[in-house]
Design a protein around this ligand. Structure first.
Ligand SMILES: Nc1ncnc2c1ncn2[C@@H]1O[C@H](COP(=O)(O)OP(=O)(O)O)[C@@H](O)[C@H]1O
Ligand SMILES: [Mg+2]
Length: 1080
């Protein structure tokens, strides 16, 4: 079975007609209605044959996606609904496959979408042409040249927020495989007057705003710029910000693009320096100054800005200043310098700014070309894309030299359009061998001639006027025009003699009007001469050439005094004419593809279709004529194959397959359908249809036939579907029935089986129970016999052995057990004995409760025993020491805070070696008894509480105090005279020795002493007194006690003192009754 191929066509799902050639009836109304209908349905593209009409949608439509690119890729032009991609694809494929250079001509008014269209074409071609790292880099560079040129050459105008203010023609070069190699860009006439002045509601070139919004503070500072737009006279303020345009982010895009295109960092820097210099030039202001000789002279108001410009551009400030105030005219070895008045100075300033900027722009184009230039010498195929400023008409005679030039260029393009479409049409007829019929159309060659004729053309006369010696003004130029062109059909002026327009008040005297193919345009003659001259005073160009800035120097080569050229440079008009001529020549060698852009409204708004506006554009673009030319003779043509493919179902012989040449098939088909012979004609490869009506009739028939075919297919399909369904159901039924039967039989069998098992089990159970009963009876009989026998034997045995058992066996067993346990306890204790240290607290756990008291007693006895053991080890001397310690404990434990510290100290007694030290020989001799204590103590002076060192000696009978240095005895008290010792309860060494009243020693009063070994002293004093006098010495522990000082009694009081003297207690006499000791 042959594969069913679904071919779509332009004619499918059409809204209105996709190709105006098929419009029936053809007139202006139906043309516009068709456009409107399609526009309302978001169909912005419509064909006239191979020309694409594009209506600016003013909003983004989802028709430029990569999927769309794939859809249009390698498809025939008429296969899908009209699209700019179809045209791009057609152009690219004929370039690649048929080796024909192409050009894509995009025309339309400003804001109609030309630039967007050119970008779409480029991006489509980039998407479908070859891939690979190298190719991608070329593509990227070509695409990225756009943002750079747009930043410098586009501006917001009232018509378009991103209006190109220059014309651009770009040749993209490909190799034989269709891979891009590089490109060449040509630019045409930048609208440089915008640099110094912008119409209301418009902006200067984007780049100025982008720098100020997007550059970093640091960069701005380097360029000596400030962020505030209002600082710059050249930036119109009323529309500095454009809705939906982010200047800052665009600036980043531009810098990035410059990098991709291949600008070096220093080049980018220089470019921005020039831009900054232009911006700052606008801020230079002049004031008048009259001189004695009556000449007007101007002076720069504020030199700051000038200074900064000079720093930026490396120009000598005095040179530039002079160039702004003088003008030197050189003529044949003569040099004349004249001063400039204020107006002339401003003129010079603006001329410089414009020239700097426009030359920078041209330099940018050259620089980009250097980067994107193809690297090989092989033969290239070329696709040119022309995006040139559209026809421009301002109201109120605001049209000036720029509009004149722009409109001239459009006039030329229209001319080439007419020529090429007709030529192409004619060639196709010849190629196909069809007879050519002439048709009427408006040829605008006559208007082109009016402008560009070498003798009588307007441009030629303007040049003549500029070069003429004597006073030349715009008025003299107009007069000249009036003389020469008065009779021209398309020229209108009120001044011309016996003019047809003498009474036309809508035409001011200073204006002339040209009837362009696109409508009448009134030009204000003022400024024509100036702008054509495009004069920059030589002093300025020389000043620029002297700049220490390589870019600026390069921009003004004519400033080089070595190359001085007294000849006038070519005028702007003649330059433009020449470049347009080159362009036209270039375009004529290529196969043209047209995109004609139409602006649906003046508001830049989506969804609005202003019929009057569109009608105007259709008229001047000559679109209706275009359709007529295309339909002259034959409205529709199509190669035989697709035609046969589309209509073969209309005839039995060709349906479903035609075997034979396609042309013969179409012939058979048309004969069969009875189409009148004058309605069609057979070309070599195409069928030509005269009237769209015929085509529509074919389409209707096809639609009808398709419906019939569809019904037939549906019928067959339904029958097939029912039959298959029935067969399937039948098959299913058999399967289900067999399954069901099997299932029910299974069920029945299982029921019988289970019944049999039940009956069986009942019978078996009954039999088993009967057997069990018999066995149980037998077993019981056996058991009974055994029990009886056992009892009988038991009685017999007991009778025999009774005599051997005693009545008190239980008690014996009890005692034995107890003994056994005790034995075990002691044996275990032996192994678990704790150490012999009296301070060891360990004691094994008690094993049995009944041993509780024994266990405790055992522990006590053991402890006493080991203490005794411990004591027995002591020598006599140790015993004495421990006795003393015991005594001290009884006296002071828990009574005096000093006591715990003394427990660890051994009591040494003789701290001073009296007998050994020769210093104390006298003292030793004086004391013949055994010395118990010899120690240094502090004696507290009773008058002021100060301490003095004394030797304290205790012998068997006396207490002695001696001088520490000399050893002289100061006092000697028999122990019997000591009545009491007092001390505090605190942590101090103070103590008082009270003496018996009336005794000899008591005459000086009691002693108040302090010692580090208080506890030892007190204890020894106590023991010695006891052994000597058999009386217990009274030891009083109290924080407040009285001491006898001569006659008085003084109270010694211990208080808790501060820590400030460390740990040493301090003693102070408070008054004559109180001595205060502060204990820390
Ligand atoms: N195909 C399109 N889809 C969406 N918007 C468009 C399209 N063509 C043009 N525009 C819008 O119209 C504006 C003007 O288009 P532009 O190409 O700059 O006009 P021209 O170059 O003809 O003066 C663009 O900035 C864009 O907003
Ligand atoms: Mg544009």
């Amino acid at each position: 079975m042959a594969k069913m191929e679904v071919k779509t066509s332009l004619l499918d799902d059409m809204i209105g007609v996709g190709d105006m050639v098929l419009l029936e009836p053809l007139n202006e109304d139906s043309f516009i209605n068709n456009l409107k209908k399609r526009f309302d349905h978001d169909e912005v593209y419509t064909y006239i044959g191979s020309v694409v009409i594009s209506i600016n949608p003013y909003r983004s439509l989802p028709i430029y996606t990569p999927e769309k690119v794939e859809e249009y890729r390698n498809r025939n032009f008429y296969e899908l609904s009209p699209h700019i991609f179809a045209l791009s694809d057609e152009a690219y494929r004929s370039l690649r496959d048929q080796d024909k250079d192409q050009c894509i001509l995009i025309t339309g008014e400003s804001g109609a979408g030309k630039t967007e269209a050119s970008k779409l074409v480029m991006s489509y071609v980039a998407a479908v042409c070859g891939k690979g790292a190298e190719v991608n880099q070329v593509k990227e560079q070509l695409l990225q040249s756009n943002p750079v040129l747009e930043a410098f050459g586009n501006a917001k105008t009232v018509r378009n927020d991103n209006s190109s203010r220059f014309g651009k023609y770009m040749d993209i070069e490909f190799d034989f495989k269709g891979d891009p190699l590089g490109g060449v860009i040509s630019n045409y006439l930048l609208e440089k007057s915008r640099v110094v002045k912008q119409p209301r509601g418009e902006r200067n070139f984007h780049i100025f705003y982008q720098i100020l919004s997007g550059a970093s503070e640091e960069f701005l500072c380097k360029l000596k710029l400030e962020r505030d737009f209002s600082r710059y006279n050249y930036l119109g303020l009323d529309s500095a910000r454009v809705n939906g345009v982010d200047d800052a982010s665009n600036f980043r895009t531009v810098r990035n693009a410059m990098q991709i295109v291949g600008f070096m960092d220093h080049e980018t820097q220089s470019v921005f320096e020039v831009v900054a210099a232009v911006l700052k030039l606008g801020n230079i202001e002049f004031k008048p100054e009259s001189r004695a000789n009556g000449l007007d002279e101007s002076k720069i108001k504020d030199k700051n800005e000038l200074k900064e410009i000079c720093q930026l551009t490396g120009i000598d400030q005095s040179v530039l200043e002079r160039a702004f105030s003088f003008r030197t005219v050189e003529a044949k070895q003569e040099k004349v310098s004249t001063t400039l008045n204020v107006a002339q100075a401003y003129y010079a300033r603006d001329a410089l700014a414009k020239n700097l900027y426009s030359r920078l722009f041209s330099w940018l184009v050259t620089r980009i070309n250097e980067s994107i230039k193809a690297q090989t010498k092989v033969r290239k195929k070329v696709m040119g894309v022309l995006d040139i400023y559209g026809f421009e008409i301002f109201e109120n005679a605001d049209n000036s030299f720029e509009q004149f030039i722009i409109n001239y260029c459009n006039e030329k393009l229209q001319q080439i359009f007419i020529e090429l479409t007709l030529k192409e049409e004619q060639e196709e007829y010849i190629r196909e061998g069809i007879e050519w019929t002439h048709i009427e159309y408006f040829n605008n060659a006559i208007i082109c001639d009016l402008i560009e004729n070498n003798q009588t053309g307007i441009l030629a006369m303007l040049d003549e006027e500029c070069l003429r010696p004597g006073t030349v003004t715009d008025e003299t130029f107009l007069e000249k025009l009036n003389q020469v062109c008065a009779t021209h059909q398309h020229f209108e002026s009120r001044m011309s003699k016996c003019s047809r327009f003498l009474n036309d008040t809508s035409l001011p005297h200073s204006c002339f009007r040209i009837q362009h193919y696109a409508g009448k345009v009134m030009y204000q003659v003022e400024g024509f001469v100036d702008k054509n001259n495009d004069l920059l005073y030589r002093d300025l160009s020389q000043a620029m050439w002297k700049a220490n800035h390589s870019l600026i120097k390069a921009l003004f080569p004519e400033g080089n005094p070595a190359k001085i050229n007294l000849k006038r440079p070519p005028t702007a008009g003649s330059q433009f004419k020449a470049s347009v001529a080159t362009l036209m020549k270039n375009l004529l060698t290529k196969n043209p593809n047209y995109i004609r852009c139409i602006k649906p409204n003046d508001k830049k708004a989506a969804h609005i279709f202003n019929e009057a506006l569109v009608c105007h554009q259709i008229r001047y673009l000559g679109l209706l004529e275009n359709v007529r030319v295309r339909r002259a003779g034959y409205a529709f043509r199509q190669p035989y194959e697709p035609c046969l493919e589309r209509y073969k179902m209309l005839c039995k012989q060709t349906w479903p397959h035609w075997r034979g040449p396609a042309r013969a098939g179409v012939e058979v088909l048309f004969n069969e359908l009875g189409i009148p012979e004058e309605e069609f004609s057979f070309g070599r490869s195409k069928i030509f249809i005269r009237n769209p009506r015929t085509l529509f009739k074919l389409e209707d028939l096809r639609k009808q036939r398709l419906e019939d075919l569809a019904t037939l297919i549906a019928k067959i399909y339904r029958g097939w579907k029912c039959r298959t369904r029935f067969l399937l159901m039948k098959k299913c039924q058999v399967v289900i029935a067999s399954w069901f039967r099997r299932y029910s039989q299974q069920k029945k069998y299982q029921k019988i089986k289970s019944s049999a098992i039940t009956v069986q089990s009942y019978i078996r159970g009954w039999k088993s129970r009967k057997l069990l009963r018999e066995l149980k009876h037998l077993k019981r009989c056996n058991e009974a016999a055994t029990v009886i026998a056992a009892y009988w034997h038991g009685t017999q045995v007991r009778r025999e052995y009774r005599k051997f058992f005693r009545a008190n066996a239980g008690r014996k067993i009890y005692e034995f057990t107890l003994q056994r346990l005790m034995q075990k306890y002691f044996l275990e204790m032996k192994n678990k004995m704790p150490s012999l240290s009296p301070i060891d607290k360990n004691w094994p756990a008690r094993p049995y409760l009944f041993l509780d008291s024994t266990h405790k007693e055992l522990k006590r006895i053991f402890h006493l025993w080991r203490c005794k053991k411990y004591r027995d080890q002591f020598t006599d001397q140790q015993k004495l020491i421990y006795e003393e310690k015991l005594e001290a404990s009884e006296l002071f434990k828990d009574k005096k805070a000093l006591y715990p510290a003394s427990v660890g100290q051994p009591f040494q007694g003789a701290y001073l070696e009296i007998s050994e030290n020769p210093k104390y020989k006298k003292l030793k001799d004086a004391v013949d008894e055994k010395i118990i204590i010899a120690e240094v103590v502090n004696k507290i002076n009773r008058a002021n509480g100060k301490a003095a060192s004394r030797i304290f000696l205790l012998t068997k009978n006396n207490v002695l105090l001696a001088d520490q240095k000399s050893g002289t005895i100061k006092s000697e008290v028999p122990l019997g005279d000591v009545t009491k010792v007092s001390m505090s309860s605190q942590n101090d060494g103070f103590f008082a020795v009270h003496l018996k009243e009336g005794s000899e020693a008591a005459s000086k009063g009691d002693f108040l002493l302090s010692s580090d070994h208080l506890i030892e002293m007190a204890t020894k004093l106590y023991r010695t007194t006891l052994s000597q006098t058999k009386q217990k010495l009274n030891i009083e522990i109290s924080d407040e006690f009285l001491v006898q000082f001569k006659q008085d009694k003084v109270c010694v009081k211990f208080i808790q003192g501060s820590q400030k003297n460390g740990n040493i207690p301090t003693c102070k006499r408070k008054n004559n009754r109180l001595l205060e000791v502060a204990v820390p």
